[in-house]
Design a protein around this ligand. Structure first.
Ligand SMILES: NC(=O)C1=CN([C@@H]2O[C@H](COP(=O)(O)OP(=O)(O)OC[C@H]3O[C@@H](n4cnc5c(N)ncnc54)[C@H](O)[C@@H]3O)[C@@H](O)[C@H]2O)[C@@H](O)CC1
Ligand SMILES: Nc1ncnc2c1ncn2[C@@H]1O[C@H](COP(=O)(O)OP(=O)(O)O)[C@@H](O)[C@H]1O
Ligand SMILES: [K+]
Length: 488
């Protein structure tokens, strides 16, 4: 399990740790880890040209101290000081003593900006808002290299400057890093888009913070072994009913494919049987003869241990009735796509059994009555707010899939791929997660295990994949998780 902690929590843990250590020890640990990462990225040190972008806080101090370590090993290190009068004095003295040079941004020539490696120490967890104009200008100068000049690798110190550490928001100019060396704990902004895309490969540098962090993180990402533990497996006593029956109320005469895809996902999620209720029964049976179909309303479909409602359901009165009937059932319910249009927060909150909502950014925006762009730039805030408003578990789909449920840490899915952005793949996910609900997983686990297997299946499917191929690759994803559990 990979965990991430908010700035507030990291700062509290750092204070506790600093009280037990000599002055400056923590920063020296951070700088040593940073310099080691830099050496690994460069592949050599002697004669390497290293450029430090140094802000006025401790993030700049880390960069200066790491620069001093590299200079001592023969690197040519130049520091650009964005706030010369506030640059970390100890770091600056160490760099100069090691033979490095430092000067204000305005005095740095274009030539000095040519480097093999850039260390971004403009801001870390103390940064707020987009980068200020001087830092943004410096970045623009760096990016406007001479034509043909090699692109330097960029190593972000703690996190890429301009990325909000707590949310992953990128409110203005921000560094685009090749890699990030982050200290003590992952910060949510390194795992959630758009910040995640700015961070490159993230390496956690141990500075001894672990024992001072609380047991509950703010964000977590499951790994193979966590998912393997949660997968519902049949026991010798199992029969199809005990394994769970999932009901799928999806598709319509106009959108029969959504029903086929949702059932395809549901058949591969661990439930023992799938019941289908709706107007696409013929297509569903043709594609999946093992489905128990009925052409009627969900109420008439027979007993189930969970319902999936919404994909391709349409927007008419009949669709609305199907959603209402499903929500009246005292079993876990997953609402997706068209089903989300008919939700009343009060009704959802009043349910005794769990409700799982699976909107994409556009649907989440409609539920929150904000613009889609606002959801995409503030994914973490949006998913938490939806979960709060509906008293439900919410899975927000997209470039970073997030799942929020009450006061528990938000889960971030690490397995996604852009190839999943293909029509119908969300229908497969809703069937899959609904099946995991029927098999007995709680809503947070069903959603996060579903997203994990779904993302992995898309990676295993032929490239470029269709939604049908994602569903077909689910057994391989499931097997890979089981086979490699414990080795990650
Ligand atoms: N607190 C600790 O114990 C440790 C902190 N460490 C480092 O210290 C960092 C935090 O240091 P600080 O609290 O000094 O904060 P930062 O260095 O992250 O940022 C503060 C500085 O950035 C400027 N700034 C803020 N927003 C800006 C923006 N949008 N554009 C340009 N400049 C901006 C501020 O004016 C201030 O000078 C961590 O990210 C980490 O790199 C490490 O040395 C490990 C130990
Ligand atoms: N850029 C992306 N990177 C990774 N996954 C994505 C991206 N865009 C969409 N996805 C995933 O693809 C699926 C699309 O679902 P959805 O938007 O409901 O589409 P549809 O309604 O066509 O099925 C979701 O699982 C979502 O998380
Ligand atoms: K930084």
């Amino acid at each position: 399990m990979r965990t991430a902690y908010s700035v507030e929590t990291v700062r509290a843990a750092e204070r506790e740790l600093m009280d037990r250590l000599p002055d400056g020890a923590l920063m020296r640990r951070a700088a040593a880890g940073l310099a080691a990462t830099a050496v690994r990225m460069l592949g050599w040190v002697y004669g390497a040209r290293v450029l430090l972008l140094v802000g006025g806080g401790d993030n700049g101090g880390d960069a200066l101290l790491a620069g001093a370590l590299l200079a001592r090993r023969g690197a040519a290190v130049t520091a650009v000081l964005l706030s010369p009068d506030r640059a970390h004095p100890g770091g600056l003295a160490a760099l100069r003593a090691a033979g490095g040079s430092a000067g204000p941004a305005a005095a740095v020539s274009g030539r000095a900006l040519v480097a093999d490696l850039v260390l971004d120490g403009i801001t870390g967890i103390g940064g707020s808002g987009g980068l200020r104009p001087e830092a943004a200008e410096l970045l623009a100068r760096l990016e406007a290299r001479r034509p043909g000049a090699a692109e330097p690798a960029v190593l972000a110190v703690d996190l890429p400057s301009g990325v909000d550490a707590d949310t992953g928001e990128v409110p203005g100019a921000a560094v685009r890093a090749t890699a990030t060396a982050t200290f003590g704990a992952y910060k949510p902004g390194l795992l959630v888009d758009p910040g995640r895309q700015r961070a490159g490969t993230v390496r956690l540098v141990d500075i001894g913070l672990g024992p001072h962090l609380p047991p509950q993180p703010d964000l977590l990402a499951l790994q193979h072994s966590d998912v393997a533990r949660l997968l519902p497996l049949p026991s010798p006593e199992s029969d199809k009913y005990r394994r769970g029956v999932v009901g799928v109320a999806a598709g319509s005469a106009r959108y029969p494919g959504a029903a086929v895809l949702a059932v395809g996902g549901a058949l591969r999620g661990g439930a023992g049987a799938v019941r289908y209720a709706g107007h696409a029964a013929e297509g569903v049976v043709a594609a999946h003869p093992e489905t128990l179909v009925s052409g009627g309303a969900p109420r008439e479909a027979g007993r189930v241990q969970s319902w999936v409602v919404g994909p391709g359901l349409g927007t008419g009165a009949e669709a609305e009735r199907a959603v209402a009937q499903v929500l009246e059932a005292d079993v876990p319910v997953l609402v997706d796509a068209d089903g989300l249009r008919f939700l009343d927060p009060g009704q959802v909150r009043a349910r005794r059994a769990p409700t799982l909502l699976t909107p994409h950014a556009g649907e989440a925006a409609a539920l929150l009555d904000v613009a889609r762009e606002a959801v995409e730039s503030e994914r973490l805030v949006s998913v938490r707010e939806l979960a709060r408003r509906y008293g439900a578990t919410v899975l927000l789909k997209g470039s970073t899939t997030l799942v929020a449920s009450g006061g528990r840490p938000v889960r971030v899915n690490p397995t996604g791929t852009g190839w999943l952005a293909t029509a119908g793949s969300g229908d497969v996910l809703s069937g899959l997660a609904g099946s995991l609900l029927a098999a007995g997983l709680d809503a947070l686990d069903a959603a996060s295990v579903g997203a994990y297997l779904h993302g992995l299946a898309a990676r295993l499917a032929p490239e470029p994949c269709t939604a049908v191929e994602v569903a077909a690759a689910l057994p391989s994803a499931w097997q890979q998780v089981r086979a490699t559990a414990g080795t990650d």
